[in-house]
Design a protein around this ligand. Structure first.
Ligand SMILES: [Zn+2]
Length: 135
């Protein structure tokens, strides 16, 4: 059976390089805990942050995820299954103590990397001291 999600899409690569620029270390295509056949697009194992870059088309983005006119019954079933699967994956990760970030492929890689970086930092407390406010 053909897989719809490519493992190396352009939006994913853009995000990865934006994360790299911020000095963030991550793992690619890590297995979802307890789900042998699913992988996390970009994983931060020590912070337990999982990032998925979802294709607008296949995952029903509110902006670009329009149902095609032809075959719309087939399509909405397919889409529903993808969305269900995403939810299932989220739940498995949350149950294992991970934070899940779901990004649409149309989102700005730099802005995403910024958000992800903040999340990762807030979840990794590697003795950076506790500075309170002042720069
Ligand atoms: Zn979109």
């Amino acid at each position: 059976m053909r897989r719809f999600r490519s493992t190396d899409t352009a939006p994913e690569r853009a995000l990865r390089s934006a994360l790299h620029h911020r000095g963030l270390r991550f793992r690619l295509h890590r297995q979802v805990p307890g789900m042998a056949r699913r992988t996390i697009d970009v994983a931060f194992p020590s912070a337990k942050v999982a990032v998925f870059v979802d294709g607008c088309y296949w995952h029903g983005c509110p902006i670009h995820g329009k149902t095609p006119q032809r075959n719309s019954a087939w399509w909405s079933e397919k889409l529903r299954r993808n969305v269900d699967r995403d939810k299932e994956t989220n739940q498995a990760l949350l149950a294992a103590g991970w934070a899940v970030v779901r990004a649409w492929e149309h989102e700005d890689a730099d802005r995403l990397a910024e958000e992800i970086g903040a999340l990762v930092r807030s979840r990794t407390k590697t003795g950076r001291g506790s500075s309170t406010g002042s720069c």
